[in-house]
Design a protein around this ligand. Structure first.
Ligand code: ZN
Length: 342
């Protein structure tokens, strides 16, 4: 049964209630809410300030150490607005990432994450993304070391399904917990179904991840001169901070163009519709887009910026008339700088 401790009850019970220990308890029994269920039961334990828990040492062997409701990977549902229950899975840990800060669009500060790849006996994989304290509590070095000797099999409980870039994954935060290579029936059965071959846990390096999130390495502050000396191919996706002053408009005074709605390349009028300049693009939609050519400097070097519609909409809303003297401080990725012409 799921149990809930209000703050006043947790004060006197938090030191007594311990995983793996048996207690005789006094509590209220309530109906369980219909969402975020941890176990399948119509009722839940509600502790109150009058609740008591008296340890019963010596009874541990008569009770299961932990409980879970393991779901095969193909049965993991797509996330919905009404999340009926937390999910529990078992698999072999085949890859692990380091701690990676991720900037979620819903939080002001980046959160630390760790990605774990679990593989089932059929070879299916599922990605588990641990957040915050859970990412730090996961003993990655111990798992890597253990995997040199034998397979590392883990049960993760209390995860939630999420979608990231069209791929299902499991997210683990405060409700998530794991049991690694413990003496549990399902873990033992999994071990005996595995072959004798041992492949140490690989390092997982995500290209991009997150739930409405993107990887956020702390931006490095640089001068224009340093930035222009970087090889764009070695620095893809890295954010940099460069404070520059826009000093003049470029020689190309055209400030808008017809843009393909599908690929944002130049589009041409084609009768009542449009035609994309990319031969391989079949889109017939077009719309005007800003493309403002400017020069900017920070004193160390000067570069030409092509400020395209989306980057301009995201920055301060300058009009073309006051653009020439605008001071901007923006974070540009190296991809945007790759469009710079020296
Ligand atoms: Zn196109």
């Amino acid at each position: 049964m799921y149990a809930q401790l209000p703050p006043e009850a947790s004060e006197h019970l938090k030191d007594v209630l311990e995983e793996g220990k048996v207690s005789l308890m006094k509590f209220m029994c309530n109906q369980l809410e219909s969402s975020f269920r941890t176990v399948e039961s119509p009722y839940m334990i509600q502790f109150t300030r009058y609740s008591t828990a008296v340890p019963q040492p010596g009874l541990e062997d008569a009770y299961p150490y932990c409980t879970y409701n393991l779901l095969p990977f193909p049965g993991i549902p797509r996330p919905t607005s009404n999340t009926p229950r937390f999910l529990d899975v078992i698999g072999q840990i085949t890859a692990l990432s380091d701690i990676i800060p991720v900037q979620s669009m819903y939080q002001p500060q980046p959160s630390d994450t760790r990605t774990i790849i679990l593989t089932d006996l059929m070879g299916n994989e599922i990605k588990i993304l641990l957040w915050g304290a859970r990412a730090h509590e996961f003993a990655a070095e111990d798992v890597r070391a253990a995997s040199i000797e034998s397979a590392v099999v883990a049960i993760f409980v209390g995860t939630l399904p999420k979608m990231s870039q069209g791929v299902k994954l499991l997210s683990g935060s405060s409700a998530c917990r794991w049991y690694i290579n413990e003496d549990l029936p399902e873990i033992n059965a999994f071990h005996s179904s595995l072959g004798k071959e041992v492949a140490p846990v690989a390092v997982y390096a995500p290209i991009d991840q997150g739930i409405g999130a993107s990887i956020c390495e702390p931006p490095v502050e640089m001068t224009f001169k340093q930035l222009l000396a970087l090889d764009p191919l070695d620095n893809l996706g890295k954010p940099f901070i460069c404070k520059v002053t826009i000093t003049r408009l470029g020689s190309d005074q055209r400030w808008w163009f017809l843009s393909c709605v599908a690929c944002h390349k130049t589009a041409y009028v084609n009768g009542p519709r449009f035609r994309c300049s990319d031969q391989g693009c079949s889109s017939v939609g077009g719309e005007p887009a800003y493309s403002i050519c400017t020069f900017a400097t920070d004193g160390s070097a000067e570069a030409e910026f092509n400020v395209l519609r989306e980057s301009w909409q995201n920055s301060n809303r300058q009009t073309t008339s006051n653009l020439a003297a605008a001071k901007v401080s923006r974070v540009f990725t190296i991809q945007r700088f790759a469009t710079l012409r020296r």
